[in-house]
Ligand binder design. Structure first.
Ligand SMILES: Cc1cc2nc3c(=O)[nH]c(=O)nc-3n(C[C@H](O)[C@H](O)[C@H](O)COP(=O)(O)O)c2cc1C
Length: 166
């Protein structure tokens, strides 16, 4: 199989946020898709080893910050290459609280989601979630995964669903 064909699938770049009981945490993801609009439902794939996975299992509510081409790429690295297990990611990234969850300040939109079901794969859990609130925050162009790779020159870490070993 030609693994490069997966690079032709399109995605956005998002930051998931949730609570670990006491504090806010979360991670960068590309794997969000809308499943249906009635009721508004999305799917999200999270690696079993991510701390965010542990938090989603104890707390079934999460937020999605939709990043734009004008969002600070530092957030992608902070949330995508470090673990919230031993580090408070929100200490260095500006955010606003919406519906009791943190939304990245320079995101172009957000969704507030409640997990309704999940499906297991060998490495990732696919969560199915109802979208209970959402809004557009500014008119910046939403960041695509291709923009992240080709313009920002960003990499995909091991726990991203799109990761392929060199
Ligand atoms: C651009 C990008 C996309 C990513 N997409 C996903 C994803 O869809 N699912 C996932 O589980 N991890 C994804 N990751 C990896 C997690 O963000 C990363 O493993 C993070 O350090 C997990 O943090 P945590 O342990 O605090 O949950 C992505 C990372 C980057 C940089």
């Amino acid at each position: 199989m030609n693994n490069n064909v997966f690079k032709n699938l399109s995605y956005g770049v998002y930051i998931i946020s949730c609570k670990d009981g006491e504090r806010y945490t979360g991670c960068t993801v590309n794997s969000i898709m809308q499943i249906t609009s009635e009721p508004p439902t999305i799917a999200l794939s999270v690696n079993h080893n991510n701390y965010t996975h542990t938090c989603l299992d104890i707390n079934n509510k999460f937020a999605v910050s939709i990043l734009s081409e004008d969002s600070n790429p530092l957030s992608i690295g902070t949330f995508g290459f470090r673990s919230g297990r031993d580090f408070n990611k929100f200490d260095s990234i500006p955010y606003n609280i919406v519906n009791e969850l943190p939304i990245i300040k320079d995101a172009c939109g957000y969704l507030i989601c409640e997990i309704k079901g999940k499906f297991e794969t060998s490495t990732h859990t696919v969560y199915i979630a109802d979208v209970i609130d959402g809004d557009i925050l500014n008119q910046s162009t939403p960041m695509t995964y291709s923009y992240y790779h080709n313009v920002i020159k960003g990499k995909s870490p091991k726990n991203a669903p799109t990761y392929v070993a060199d």
